[in-house]
Write a protein that binds this ligand. Structure first.
Ligand code: GLN
Length: 239
């Protein structure tokens, strides 16, 4: 049984981010893996130590502001779960909340959890459009496709990037990196939603969650012809 927690679904759910949960759940179920999904909003109790996959979507600056205080109270528990290998996917606004801070366009600083070493500052022009990145998954370079729409420019400190930008802007439009990665935490600006478009990445997250539960088995392959064709269309258009 894999236990999923969708944190702040009412506030962080831009551009179909919920589709990430649907893709994760379906690809488990198609293989006979039981899954439960729990939604946790502001103030709801969450036991991160009893969670296998945590998802945080994107939101506007306003939503990030509303969440900052609530998520701060969860910091110590989230931190220890992450150190224990909790699988996390955080998109855009959710990504920014895991870093040091986000400085908005009007100069307000929304504190982040500082669990990963990066900071984000809003820039003048929104970074918007389709993105292709190259990500190392299990020793193989995999192309990951998505859509970005953010004014924040993220700069990584000690934290590793998730991938290298092949098309689009990524973290800041200048250093060529996209997202961040630490242990089993995957952060990205890519909406899309990300997981339905990228079956290989979804399976990687599922495999990590199962492995943490002591099930280190190869996943049964699924029929991904449609997903592959969709990626091919994007590849031909963007690269
Ligand atoms: N407030 C953030 C930004 O514009 C997040 C946007 C998002 O989640 N799409 O940078």
């Amino acid at each position: 049984m894999i236990k999923i927690c969708h944190l702040y679904p009412e506030l962080l759910n831009l551009y179909g981010d919920r589709g990430n949960i649907i893709a994760f759940v379906r690809r488990c179920q198609w293989r006979g893996v039981d899954v439960t999904t729990r939604e946790a909003n502001l103030g709801d109790p969450v036991d991160f130590s009893d969670t296998d996959f945590l998802f945080l979507g994107g939101g506007s600056d306003r939503e990030q502001d509303l969440i900052a205080g609530d998520i701060k109270r969860r910091r110590a528990e989230l931190r220890s779960a992450i150190e224990n290998g909790l699988v996390v996917l955080a998109i855009c606004g959710g990504y920014q909340l895991l870093g040091q801070y986000y400085r908005t366009g009007d100069g307000r600083v929304i504190p982040g959890l500082g669990l990963l070493d990066f900071y984000t500052e809003a820039g003048g022009k929104r970074l918007l459009g389709n993105v292709v990145i190259e990500v190392m998954l299990d020793g193989a370079l995999v192309r990951v496709y998505g859509f970005e729409n953010h004014s924040g420019r993220t700069f990584l400190g000690e934290t590793e990037p998730l991938g290298k930008v092949l098309a689009g802007n990524g973290n800041n439009g200048c250093d060529g990196w996209e997202g961040a990665r630490y242990k089993n935490v995957f952060c990205s600006y890519l909406h899309g939603p990300l997981l339905p478009k990228n079956a290989g990445l979804t399976d990687h997250l599922i495999a990590l969650a199962l492995k943490r539960r002591g099930l280190d088995l190869p996943l049964i392959p699924l029929d991904d012809r449609f997903e592959k064709r969709a990626c091919k269309v994007l590849q031909d258009r963007l690269l």
